[in-house]
Design a protein around this ligand. Sequence first.
Ligand code: G3P
Length: 226
Amino acid sequence: MKFFIDTADLAEIRDLAATGLVDGVTTNPSLVAKTGRDFLEVVREICALVPGPVSAEVTATEHAMMLAEGRKLAKLARNVAIKVPLTPDGLKTCRALANEGTMVNVTLCFSAAQALLAAKAGASFVSPFVGRLDDVGTDGMSLIRDIVQIYRNYPGLKTEVLVASIRHPIHVVEAAKLGAHVGTLPPSVLRQMFQHPLTDKGLAAFLADWAKTGQSILGETKAAAE
Ligand code: G3P
């Protein structure tokens, strides 16, 4: 499963990219607005930091302008993926950009029917929003189950399921169990995934016992030095 980071915050991306666990980045207009910075500059800097796909979303809503925006964003770096909303104009733009060899991430997907359309439009990624479905009392993970099942029926399909709107590590685990290709994780969720109290407790016990040996892997054993 590929891990993308769902943020436009350069410091967060830089910190987590250093773990070697980050395969890409997704942004959206709200995440970019939170940075208070110039959108195009932020995209350029993220693309230089992370070699994998970096999603940058168009903000126009009708095809001609979406296509113009998408083409401009695609020129920022080779690893830019253009994000378009799952609307008729968005999928028209998806098809046009895909035909030009540009990666497209179709976002704001909330049904299997929509995901079918995104695949037919040549999307590189479809982003079903599990957290927002959970927020309104719908089981977001059942949507992932449906989409993965449908896509598996068509081995020639190139569209990857990019699970978005992730709220906690269980969303990541459940999506992985279903075989989703990608999860885009808020930085906090990736950090939560490392945490387990038994790991902390076990490490403390190992180190306490090791300290009693008086040894040092890099230095001489203290006993030998005496
Ligand atoms: O960036 C796309 C998606 O992950 C955002 O979802 O619900 O966290 O705003 P949300």
